[in-house]
Design a protein around this ligand. Structure first.
Ligand SMILES: [Fe+2]
Length: 379
């Protein structure tokens, strides 16, 4: 179910929710078999706008196109050019308007890269050579490169007919970050070995001379998808040097965070600030608040949601005529358990504190979810 609020001229015009009308809505039970049939998307992970299309995404499937009023149009394969699945975390370059993404396969090819021009044409597809079927949830881009994560969370096809998602951690696989020119191919990928870990989400990456700087929350001790009491990731920085092939890794902070974001105007560009959601360490995924990182000093400031309130991933909305990477707002749906109600909360990204700039009171509860986007009407 997709939840949306339309905002214009300082007013919230509507809130609505719509089920994404995929064939899985009509099955008695969702299994690993029926959810891998092409078009049977859960469409539950992310929603993006690009080249006039609104796409609901789930990583083992093709995108599902929606209208701007959240009605389902149907599976979207870029005019027949997308033969396989699409990650839920494509990256839209603020300079070129391109949408860059990948899809991973549980059968060969295990990793495929795609580049979509600003006008929506899928103009490049490359099979990237990796050893096995791993779960690749996200990647990163810089001005000239894409960064692939080849990490040891492996699919076990023998367990596909069993309940649960058959993905588990096998450190013997190793861990690598692959750097490829955006218009390159598999032969151009330079692989950098890193300490074994898992990374669900990337904050951003950018170039600094011959180096690539990449920030993401890093998971250690994550043994399987669906494990009980999973560890909470911590923000790390990897610096990859294209000149000498070296990797430098450092922990930025010891707070447990995920859902890292940056201004969409600075995706792939040098940035000073990033934002992430703080997760409760005492139980199920439960967001306590949002932190703004100064990546140069390591300092952070917070918006805390308060007792009995939790949210989903925040979306960064740049101000009109923004020049800095914190000129803008964070928006998120927040659920208040005691009141049984939800609101869309808007925070000032420039000066994070506990008081929202605005709250849009909603007529129903919005369950906590994964990701979301601010999609400007001109997109
Ligand atoms: Fe995600």
């Amino acid at each position: 179910m997709i939840h949306g609020v339309e905002i214009s001229d300082g007013k919230a015009n509507w809130y609505r929710n719509r089920y994404v009308a995929t064939p899985l809505l009509d099955v008695d039970e969702i299994t690993n078999e029926n959810r891998l049939v092409r078009g049977n998307s859960l469409a539950n992970t992310h929603i993006v706008g690009h080249a006039g299309k609104v796409l609901a995404l789930q990583e083992t499937q093709v995108p599902i196109e929606l209208t701007t009023e959240l009605d389902t149009v149907g599976p979207y394969d870029f005019g027949g050019k997308l033969e396989r699945n699409m990650t839920a975390h494509p990256k839209i370059c603020p300079k070129t308007g391109e949408m860059l993404f990948f899809g991973y396969g549980i059968m060969p090819p295990f990793l495929t890269y795609h580049r979509v021009a600003a006008n929506g044409d899928l103009v490049q597809t490359e099979i990237i050579d990796v050893k096995a079927a791993t779960m690749v949830h996200d990647f990163a881009i810089t001005e000239n490169y894409v960064l692939f994560l080849d990490l040891p969370m492996l699919w076990d096809l023998k367990k596909l007919s069993q309940p649960g998602i058959p993905i588990s951690y096998d450190e013997s696989y190793g861990a690598r970050i692959g750097v490829m020119p955006r218009t390159g191919n598999s032969n151009d990928v330079r692989w950098f070995e890193i300490e074994p870990c898992y990374i669900y989400h990337t904050m951003n990456a950018f170039e600094r001379g011959t180096k690539l700087v990449f920030h993401a929350p890093k998971l250690v001790g994550y043994t399987s998808v669906g494990m009980k009491n999973p560890p909470i990731p911590k923000l790390h920085r990897w610096t990859l040097d294209l000149a000498d092939g070296s990797v430098h890794e450092e922990q930025v902070d010891d707070l447990g965070v995920d859902f890292p974001i940056t201004s969409p105007d600075f995706v792939g560009q040098s940035h000073k600030h990033g934002f992430a959601a703080e997760f409760d360490t005492k139980g199920a995924p439960y967001i306590l608040g949002y932190h703004k990182y100064d990546l140069e000093t390591g300092n952070r400031s917070a918006h805390r949601l308060g007792a009995g309130r939790t949210g989903s991933e925040a979306s960064f909305v740049p101000s009109q005529n923004a020049t800095n990477d914190d000129d803008g707002y964070l928006m998120t749906f927040v659920f208040d358990e005691a009141e049984g109600k939800s609101e869309l909360v808007i925070l000032n990204a420039k000066e994070m504190d506990d008081e929202p700039l605005a709250r849009i009171h909603l007529p129903v509860r919005v369950p906590t979810g994964f990701h979301g986007s601010w999609i400007p009407s001109e997109a």
